[in-house]
Design a binder for this molecule. Structure first.
Ligand code: ZN
Length: 270
């Protein structure tokens, strides 16, 4: 009986009514610090309750991503984070054991991307980063980089064919830089979590940002960034905030950024 209930529950969370969903998310962490309080089923339900259909998921360690992916392979777009443990965040770019680790993980064939990783200009060109970018190009997967503009350009120059999602769209880089880079690099995309200076005090998009989002509508994706447990708890406010500001855009741009771009970049397989 219990098994039947579980199967029914899985059925519910895997096949939601299409009208309930209006968002796809480009920045979901399912890190080990939340597993005890938020089971994989609960995590997926939270996405469902907040209208989020598909999500790019990564985690420290990557077992969290695999758990969610196995539960809902049509909804989870798994990315490999190079952090086996939290401290890898600070050393991965110069840790030669990382290359064998990433190679072994990518050989499972489930990963559609590599990241989120944190990489800044001090370490933008290490041998390990070069080797990993070569692996990523060989596997034809996408990168998700939390980086400054200079580092993003270094990664692009290393492997121009690789699609790069710029996490937080550079966080606080000036809009003119973002605009220039999107024009210059056709394989660069921007994920918009924590991009608070897109807004004025009334949460209205500032003009330059509004224009850029309209002009480059196919290059932006949303992100809720559940990097700590509190951000999972905040999903209702954060997804609602996204819906509200997206309404300031034209309907076609709104829909692209809300969901269509991720579906185009990562088509669902039958
Ligand atoms: Zn993140």
């Amino acid at each position: 009986m219990q098994n039947k209930l579980v199967i029914f529950f899985l059925f519910l969370i895997n096949i939601p009514s299409s009208s309930a969903f209006d968002l796809n998310d480009g920045h979901i962490h399912y890190n080990s610090d939340v597993w005890a309080d938020l089971s994989k089923e609960q995590a997926l339900s939270l996405l469902t309750e907040n209208g989020i259909n598909r999500a790019i998921v990564f985690s420290t360690p990557t077992a969290g991503t695999e758990k969610l992916y196995q539960l809902a392979p049509q909804r989870v777009i798994p990315f490999l984070m190079p952090y086996r443990v939290v401290r890898d965040r600070f050393t991965w770019h110069s840790d030669s054991s990382m290359v064998a680790y990433v190679k072994q993980q990518l050989s499972t064939g489930i990963y559609k991307g590599f990241g989120e990783f944190h990489l800044f200009k001090e370490h933008k060109n290490t041998v390990v980063v070069q080797q990993l970018m070569q692996l990523i190009a060989d596997y034809k997967i996408t990168v998700n980089a939390h980086s400054d503009a200079e580092t993003i350009e270094a990664l692009i120059n290393m492997q121009p064919e690789v699609t790069i999602i710029w996490a937080h769209c550079g966080m606080d880089h000036p809009v003119d830089d973002v605009s220039r880079m999107l024009k210059q690099y056709p394989n660069l995309y921007c994920e918009l979590s924590f991009r608070y200076n897109m807004f004025d005090k009334e949460n209205r998009l500032v003009l330059k940002w509004k224009q850029l989002l309209e002009q480059q509508a196919i290059r932006f994706i949303l992100g809720m960034d559940t990097y700590i447990p509190r951000r999972w708890a905040n999903l209702p406010e954060n997804s609602e905030f996204a819906r509200q500001w997206l309404k300031q855009l034209s309907p076609s741009t709104e829909k692209r950024i809300a969901s269509d771009n991720i579906d185009r970049m990562f088509p669902v397989k039958d």
